[in-house]
Design a binder for this molecule. Structure first.
Ligand code: 9MR
Length: 452
């Protein structure tokens, strides 16, 4: 038997340090989220990308959610990239998918400062021209989907953080009256669609949500068709506003519906088990706050999988913001949503699901005065993986110097190793091993590894 620098046989050292961590596998709650939500009189939705609505992404979208929001497909730059030339392909596809799966569609969005076509933003328009362009846009898009859209985010993000109106092509050209005009035009094009104003950082009671509240109150008083407010809820881990439910309730008391329209909870990467448990609690409290108010009708996540989230590209170093991981495995956050909707939960983050699991085992196979060779074996039973990533934190200043059969990166104490191009697949009943050399000084304690 090969002997080690410590004089121990290889097998005994491996046995001594190998550590198992069970990661949640391909197992969702027994009752789909959409059924749990329906039992509470609620609708649960996700933002989607039309081109991805096949395979596992399509299966989960259809099975778990009762409402879809096109993430980008209905924005002005998507539907009319050149003046007078329309492209409805992705929007039509999402609406057709929703109809086939008996899902609502939330139209997003008609009037926004962002994602407008350059022909519009670069043009020089009189106020009258701008008003007519906007009216035409709204009539065309809302009219096209008349009867197929449950709710429209008619106006998106009209406020600054201090509650003043945001400077935009619309506010600058038309004044604050653009909001009432847009709602009125949308109502004319589809009288049955619920019309919303949608914004971010308006989840708690603050200056911005006060401004939204006062606007809705004044629109109602003037008889402008306003049916709801959308609280986007792009949240940071551990920062669900304590006044969320109170805020939802005050809008409901004004006589409008409320929807949580773009929920995600971003985490500094790599996310560890404690953070994923906190994220579960955050998702659960947001959904519970909505569930507690009769007029809170819909909770929509902004992408259901970490493979389809805007967060990593917008906030470098942050991610893991959605309820499913990049391999479409439900995360603890998924069970947080389920529990808030009255489901039994089960994947609390530490409790392994009953139907199968993949595990990652870390071992040190040889060690000398300042260095060591280690390996991690990923094994699956009852489920399989198409790709994998293993994370851990080195507690004693160890550093990876070289890795094989994986791509490893280390930032401070955080190590993350992802599969190579040729060994991402771990079949049911199979395993994959990768290795590395590391340096250390003093002690070389075994880290806890997590399979992401
Ligand atoms: O998810 C959308 C992303 O793909 C786009 O690149 C981005 C551009 O601004 O818009 C994202 O969606 C936004 C939504 O339309 C409005 N609220 C904020 C969302 C995240 O940026």
């Amino acid at each position: 038997m090969r002997s080690l620098g410590l004089g121990l046989p290889l097998a005994s050292l491996l046995t001594g340090v190998a550590l198992l961590f069970t990661a949640p596998a391909a197992h969702a709650a027994d009752t789909p989220l959409r059924d749990l939500a329906a039992a509470q009189g609620k609708v649960v939705g996700t933002a989607v990308t039309g081109s991805k609505l096949t395979g596992t992404y399509g299966d989960i979208t259809g099975a778990q959610f009762s409402s879809l929001t096109p993430g980008n497909a209905m924005k002005w730059e998507s539907v009319e990239p050149t003046r007078g030339t329309f492209n409805w392909t992705e929007a039509d596809q999402i609406v057709a998918f929703a109809q086939a799966h008996h899902q609502q569609v939330r139209g997003h969005t008609l009037v926004w400062h962002s994602q407008n076509p350059s022909w519009l933003t670069n043009g020089s328009w009189t106020s009258a021209q701008l008003g007519s362009l906007l009216q035409n846009h709204i009539s065309t898009e809302v009219g096209r989907y008349k009867g197929k859209i449950t709710a429209w985010d008619v106006v998106n993000e009209p406020f600054n953080e201090d509650g003043s109106y945001r400077s935009s092509i619309w506010y600058n050209g038309l004044g604050s009256g653009y909001i009432a005009s847009a709602l009125t035009w949308a109502h004319a094009a589809d009288p049955d669609a619920k019309l919303y104003i949608n914004d971010y950082n308006v989840e708690g009671v603050n200056a911005k949500s006060d401004a939204l509240y006062n606007l809705v109150k004044s629109l109602k008083a003037q008889g402008v068709p306003i049916d709801g407010v959308g609280l986007q809820a792009h949240l940071i881990l551990g920062q669900v506003p304590s006044t969320l439910q109170q805020n939802i309730q005050r809008f409901a008391d004004l006589g409008v519906d409320v929807a949580i329209t773009e929920l995600d909870v971003r985490v500094q990467l790599p996310a560890d088990a404690t953070e994923l448990a906190q994220q579960k609690s955050d998702f659960k409290s947001v959904v519970a706050a909505c569930a507690a108010v009769t007029r809170c009708v819909n909770v929509t996540v902004w992408g259901f999988t970490d493979a389809d989230s805007w967060v990593p590209s917008t906030f470098p170093g942050y991610g893991a913001a959605t309820p499913y991981d990049e391999n479409y495995q439900p995360k603890p956050a998924y069970y947080g949503i389920a529990e808030a909707l009255g489901g039994s939960g089960s994947g609390g983050g530490t409790t392994p699901p009953p139907s199968g699991a993949c595990t990652a085992a870390y071992g040190v196979s040889s060690q000398w005065d300042t260095g060591f060779t280690g390996q991690v074996t990923i094994s699956c039973s009852g489920v399989s993986l198409a790709s994998w990533k293993v994370n851990w934190t080195f507690g004693a200043g160890q550093r990876i110097t070289q890795a094989w059969n994986a791509t490893c990166t280390q930032s401070g104490t955080a190590v993350s190793c992802a599969n190579a191009s040729y060994n991402g697949a771990v079949p049911d009943g199979g395993s994959v091993t990768f290795g590395f050399n590391g340096s250390f000084s003093g002690s070389n304690p075994v880290p806890t590894v997590t399979l992401g």
